[in-house]
Design a protein around this ligand. Structure first.
Ligand code: FNR
Length: 403
């Protein structure tokens, strides 16, 4: 096990632990992965103001969102197939989140069902894909409500699956074939720790939320075939309006990158928006999440709760997102890597690292409470009044959404 000092060390630990096709599935993005890189790189270009001689002996990271109190403005975002990274992975990650006082969002395409995770960790958030089989959709909403799901994240940036070259090459994606099975078997054979933990002890190897529809006792390929048949590229704003009528609890639209879409979502009554490009896994060559945030905050920040994901790798990134208008940040790969490397303990440790980094960043910017974070924390904020404050050297794409 390598020394773990930060989130990226967990990436390396996960690389050593997972079969190649699973590591690449987590790590990779769409097409040439430019947006995936920009999600991370653009954070480095947001500059914080260093402030001194402020009494920072007491810092408050807590937050209240969707009617609940959390220890800090961080949640674990939905990640499909997490139970293939570690035995019953969603249950482990949800337990770590709960112990840290943070929300956990379960993917529709999770290994563990909403019932299994709720039994293991108490009430959670649920991520929802609307599929062609609308009976499944209705049943799934009822199951989520039965389990006391506290917020519904409706993901809308996946009208079609992303084009991910790494998954093709590794054997993660593609039609079942002997060559693909052979590639995957070879990748598993060199990861005996994973084989024992997940392959032997992590059963059933299915997608739990779909099991009542797809059927018990069939292999994972049958599940993916169902998903392939049921992805619905015809979902529109009318479906969001319909969902708003049917789901009484907090409804959060995940995958918004454009201020016009954000306005429309708010007009339809959503309670929150996740500014997101699906971690660079869908449309490549679009804005990074952090670059998209200021214009969306300017458009709707006062009328809804704004979450952001994509490229958050530290507590420093977290503070920058808050400064640019986010109310909360979701972690995708950071959680997947730490879970793959060390299970529940890894996620707990990673969240502790991010929390410590956040507190240190708050102390050195003179920010006493996360709820007070704003653009005054960023370089340039006093001189400029427009939404580009804080971006030291705006690149063209960072300016394009200015309003
Ligand atoms: C995801 N993401 C995702 N989102 C979603 O709404 N439903 C899902 O099932 C999945 N599955 C998934 C699998 C894997 C392996 C990854 C890495 C991501 C997207 C996720 O919720 C989030 O938007 C991004 O991961 C955020 O970017 P970072 O934090 O990974 O950079």
């Amino acid at each position: 096990m390598p020394v773990i000092a930060n989130v990226l060390d967990y990436r390396e630990a996960a690389r050593r632990r997972l079969p190649r096709f699973l590591f690449d599935y987590i790590d990779g993005g769409a097409y040439g992965e430019a947006t995936l890189r920009a999600n991370v790189d653009d954070f480095a270009r947001v500059l914080l103001r260093q402030r001194v001689l402020v009494d920072v002996g007491k810092l408050d990271t807590s937050t209240r969102i969707f009617g609940r109190d959390f220890a800090m403005p961080v949640g674990l975002g939905p990640v499909g197939m997490t139970g293939f990274f570690r035995r019953r992975g969603e249950a482990q990650a949800a337990r770590a989140a709960r112990a840290a006082g943070l929300p956990f969002a379960l993917s529709t395409l999770a290994t563990c069902s909403v019932e299994e995770v709720t039994a293991a960790a108490g009430p959670i958030w649920y991520q929802f894909y609307m599929v062609k089989d609308r009976r499944f959709t209705a049943d799934m909403l009822a199951r989520a409500a039965d389990q006391g799901v506290e917020a519904l994240l409706f993901t809308v940036d996946l009208p079609v699956p992303g084009t991910r070259y790494r998954d093709e090459r590794s054997g993660q994606a593609g039609a079942p074939s002997l060559a693909r099975s052979w590639r995957r078997a070879r990748a598993m054979a060199v990861r005996p720790g994973w084989v024992w933990d997940v392959g032997v002890n992590g059963r059933p190897h299915t997608l739990g939320n779909l099991a009542p529809t797809v059927g018990a006792g069939v292999g994972l390929d049958a599940y993916w075939a169902w998903v392939g048949r049921n992805f619905d590229p015809s979902v529109t704003w009318d479906d969001l309006a319909d969902l708003r009528d049917r789901w009484r609890g907090p409804l959060i639209l995940k995958g918004v990158l454009d201020p016009e879409d954000a306005r429309r979502a708010v007009a339809l009554g959503v309670d929150g928006i996740v500014v997101s490009n699906h971690g660079g896994r869908q449309l490549d060559g679009t804005l990074s999440s952090i670059a998209a945030l200021p214009a969306i905050a300017a458009a709707v920040g006062r009328r809804t709760r704004l979450l952001l994901d994509g490229g958050v790798r530290s507590g420093l990134d977290l503070l920058k997102a808050l400064a640019l208008g986010a109310d909360m940040v979701l972690l995708g790969r950071a959680a997947a890597w730490s879970l793959a490397a060390r299970g529940e303990a890894g996620v707990a440790h990673m969240l502790g690292l991010v929390g410590a980094e956040l507190r240190a960043a708050m102390a050195m910017t003179g920010c006493l409470a996360t709820r007070d974070a704003g653009r005054h924390l960023l370089v340039g904020s006093e001189a400029e009044a427009d939404v580009q404050e804080g971006i030291a050297k705006p690149a063209p794409q960072l300016m394009s959404t200015a309003e």
